[in-house]
Write a protein that binds this ligand. Structure first.
Ligand code: SF4
Ligand code: FES
Length: 322
């Protein structure tokens, strides 16, 4: 087995195998790790696009104790033995991250009050931590019409931050990718080639990997603010995917089905369109119990009563009003 490499991040050290990136090491270390808007650990080649994960490398390695001259993207920079990294402890990093967020928001419509992603949007969370109250941008924002791409997904290009996650998800999860980034620079846009519809059994996963509300579930449109719905872990026998999902309930009705996400906001196991869009009867599922949600998220503002796990009838689990 190769030797482990020691890296110190914000004063705390961890040993990791060669090939580990700074972001992966920081996630393993726990605490405040750099944010990531384009990197997605289960999708190959992601990362290096959005720059929100910038960190300062104060010491490149034990052999080369000089600092790296510029901030580096932690999601694509590999750890060296003896590397010293500054994330939250370096004001230059925080300032750069604030600047990146300002850039990400240049063309964003800030329509969170009417966006289905609100409450579970990575850009909204990032803006909360690093955004400014007012924009300094005076030019017109890019505008696009909403496009239905396939039977289940709607594209709001105005909200897209061009992270490429959906492109890699379609490339790696489906057998025929029919959408991608067209054009370059500030005229780049996500589009389906010659108006092809995205219609593949795993296409719904592009909704889950999108960090903003650019790709939304047409079957869920405007049905409920996420913090008023009740998430439950559930599973079913499925011949296409793992069948493990989260059911989002309004009353006793399933209004949305998503894949399960881990603490980094990434899908644990991708699910098929049949589980996501077609199984909307509670009897289609074995309900395991209320989904644990991050206590700092807005979804947690409606807390559930626990324990309420009683299969088949646990849709009666209630949120406790404050
Ligand atoms: S549509 Fe979403 S996932 Fe795709 S590039 Fe834009 S922001 Fe990223
Ligand atoms: S998460 Fe590292 S560049 Fe986007």
């Amino acid at each position: 087995m190769s030797e482990l490499l020691k890296v110190t991040i914000d004063g705390r050290s961890i040993e990791v195998p060669p090939g580990t990136t700074i972001l992966q090491a920081a996630r393993q270390l726990g605490g405040k790790y750099p944010p990531a808007m384009c990197y997605y650990s289960s999708l190959e080649n992601t990362g290096g696009k959005c720059r929100v994960c910038l960190v300062k490398v104060a010491q490149a390695s034990e052999a080369n104790p000089r600092p790296m001259p510029k901030l580096v993207a932690s999601c694509i920079t590999r750890v060296e033995n003896g590397m010293v990294v500054e994330n939250e402890t370096n004001q230059e990093v925080i300032n750069a991250r604030n600047g990146v967020v300002e850039f990400l928001l240049i063309n964003h419509p800030l329509d969170c009050p009417v966006c289905d992603q609100a409450g579970e949007c990575d850009l909204q969370n990032l803006s909360f931590d690093h955004g400014k109250e007012n924009t300094r941008y005076e030019e017109g924002r890019r505008e696009f019409d909403k496009i239905d791409i396939g039977p289940y997904v709607q594209l709001h290009m105005t909200r897209c931050i061009l992270c490429y996650r959906c492109v890699y998800a379609a490339e790696q999860l489906t057998n025929q990718r029919v959408h991608g980034v067209l054009n370059r620079g500030d005229v780049s846009e996500i589009s389906t080639y010659i108006k092809n519809a995205i219609d593949n059994d795993f296409s719904g996963n592009i909704i889950d990997v999108c960090p903003v509300g650019a790709l939304t579930d047409k079957t869920y449109r405007f049905k409920q603010r996420v913090w008023f719905s009740k998430p439950f872990d559930a599973h079913r026998e499925c011949s296409h995917c793992c069948g493990k999902t989260v059911l989002w309930l309004k009353g006793d009705n399933i209004i949305r089905v998503t894949a399960r996400k881990n603490e980094f906001g990434e899908v644990e196991e991708f699910i098929c369109n049949s589980c996501r869009f077609e199984k909307r009867d509670i009897s289609d599922w074995i309900v395991e119990g209320p989904r644990k949600v991050d206590q700092e998220s807005v979804i947690a503002s409606n807390k559930y009563e626990l324990p309420v796990i009683s299969p088949a009838v646990n849709v009666d689990a209630k949120f406790v009003s404050e």
